[in-house]
Write a protein that binds this ligand. Sequence first.
Ligand SMILES: [Zn+2]
Length: 254
Amino acid sequence: MSRRSSILRWALGSALCLASGAAFARYSNADLPPAFQKAPFLKMSLSVGSPIEGFQLRAKRLRATESLALKNAERRTAYGHPSLVLMLQRSAKQMAREASGAVLLVGDLSNENGGPLAGHRSHQSGRDADVGFFVTDAKGRPKRLDHFVAFGADGKAKDGSGLLFDDYRNWLLIQMWLKDSRAGIKYVFVAKPLRQRLLHFASSRPAFKKYAGAAAALLLQPSNSAAHDDHFHVRITCPKGQEKLCVERVAVSD
Ligand SMILES: [Zn+2]
């Protein structure tokens, strides 16, 4: 049996615990492939399997701060690999510094042990996070939200609220993610019209132009998933040293 299918078999076996009535899957070191049931893995934060069929152990919990709000604070879905959680904290702090008053609105990461997460296909192995767009009111004044709002290609909110997609602050965030080499950001999923909007915004400004090419490679709309017109979905690469436990290649989001 290949390594990948072995990992999937372990993940699936554990996920079946769901049928016993648990609110979410629980995993332990015993669910790791035998080759990983030893030091140093038994004490590490681990991302196991793929984002659509996996789990995590010893995850870090993302908490709200002055510059970071949790959309689903009442759900226990803000657990991720420490690389992801620390990256989000860095982005939030930096956004608050560079765009005064900016607060990063973060939706679901993963369950404490990962596994299937209601409302998502991925988000299973602690490497995914949903991040709300920065928005302004109709007069261009930054506005803070506690929920995600969908936007069209024209930058206007689809809900008729008059809110606008904040090209400048959303681009700043993308640029920060491009420069953040510590977490190793693999993809940022976003709807194609908004991706085009951001790339056009950057290309037409001398200060941002040089990052547009790299942003084009980072920003994706997955063909087999929801449109992502109301949030960015950011995914980090497999953590260093876990390449044999963590499955990288699935480009599916949601
Ligand atoms: Zn997502």
